[in-house]
Design a protein around this ligand. Structure first.
Ligand code: AN0
Ligand code: CP
Length: 342
């Protein structure tokens, strides 16, 4: 694998899942594969999980790892060609990328949507330059439009939990065990939830893309105006009534995203109206009562009592921590595949 951006890059999903579960059984099985190979992780934005889990994945494979926070200690980068560089930006991305490429074998990049231009974001202007000029395989660690390492981990988590019947309480928060009857083909609901600041569409885009490729009954719910790009929605069912969408669901995947600008391009990257007016979209026991004792998922970081109530995220059915743990597994599979193709 030379690029990890879309679900299609991973090939057969069943095979990829099998590989993920094998690695979970013995995550050090391929320690020799990465010997004397270096992964470089480049962050233009903050991160806790991606930063830690991807480093751990590289270590699992015996690789060396270099992490660069571009905005802390590196030169400020100009990204536009043709600019007379008289501002505070001392270096151009077109030199920085090939230089970074000199010191590694595989590159991971996190560069969020900038919300300045829908066209630039959806064309993946920054990541495409890494693909073109680094001379190495590139994996996306949340770009302007996708977060495939997250979506792969989400799929692994759904696969692990979909057949569970006895749900033990979370040892951190207590509660009573729950008995649930699984559906043969689980119903998975991606639900928009309110947030005070404009967030990217990368997580819901990738989640939708991967769920459409998986063997699940997939529904997306959000207020009008937040329609995701049709490229990612595919054949998913869109339901504007959140309570109806939650009926009989087995997995609830909450996430905020800003306006994707599909129906009104001028609203791209905006929070529509006053987020307080959408308070009833916060995932609470009220909506969860409609579900089939659904598991609650979120990529994290999450704002409690904004996206989800304390009660729902602390319930035995909340699987946000195992979901985060699977980030190590998805990243190990991806790096393994890239090492094999070097
Ligand atoms: C980011 C987002 O919504 O894309 C990262 C999530 C993994 N979240 C925030 O910026 C809070
Ligand atoms: N879920 C996720 O990617 O988290 P971070 O932003 O902390 O890496």
């Amino acid at each position: 694998m030379k690029i990890f951006q879309h679900v299609s890059d991973i090939g057969n999903l069943k095979q990829a899942l099998q590989e993920a579960f094998d690695i979970k059984e013995n995550r050090y099985k391929y320690q020799e594969l990465g010997k004397n190979k270096t992964a470089m992780l480049i962050f233009f934005n903050n991160s806790l999980r991606t930063r830690l889990s991807t480093q751990k994945a590289a270590l699992n494979l015996g690789m060396n790892v270099i992490v660069l926070d571009v905005n802390q200690g590196a030169w400020k980068l100009e990204t536009e060609r043709g600019v007379i560089m008289e501002s505070d930006k001392s270096e151009h991305l077109l030199e920085a990328i090939p230089v970074m490429g000199c010191y590694c074998d595989i590159i991971g990049v996190r560069s969020f949507a900038r919300f300045e231009s829908r066209k630039d974001d959806y064309e993946e202007k920054i990541l495409q330059q890494f693909i073109q000029y680094s001379g190495h395989p590139v994996f996306f660690m949340e770009s302007a439009t996708v977060h495939p390492l997250q979506a792969f981990a989400d799929l692994i988590t759904i696969e692990e939990y979909k057949d569970k019947t006895l749900i033990e309480p979370n040892p951190l928060f207590g509660g009573n065990p729950i008995i649930r009857t699984p559906n043969k083909r689980p119903k998975v609901v991606l639900s928009w939830a309110p947030h005070p600041r404009a967030l990217p569409q990368a997580v819901p885009n990738s989640f939708a893309e991967w769920m459409n490729a998986a063997d699940v009954d997939f529904v997306i719910t959000h207020p009008e105006g937040y329609e995701l790009d049709p490229l990612f929605v595919g054949d998913a069912k869109v339901e504007y009534d959140q309570m109806r969408a939650f009926e009989g669901a087995d997995f609830i995947y909450a996430k905020n995203w800003s306006c994707p600008g599909v129906t009104r391009p001028e609203d791209y990257g905006k929070v529509l109206g006053d987020y307080h007016d959408y308070a009833d979209w916060t995932v609470s026991d009220r909506q969860m009562a409609m579900t089939n004792h659904a598991f609650f998922m979120h990529c994290l970081p999450v704002r409690r009592n904004m996206i989800v109530t304390d009660d729902v995220i602390e319930a035995p059915t909340s699987i946000v921590i195992p979901e985060a743990a699977n980030r190590e597994i998805s990243a190990t599979v991806v790096l393994k595949r890239m090492l094999e193709a070097l």
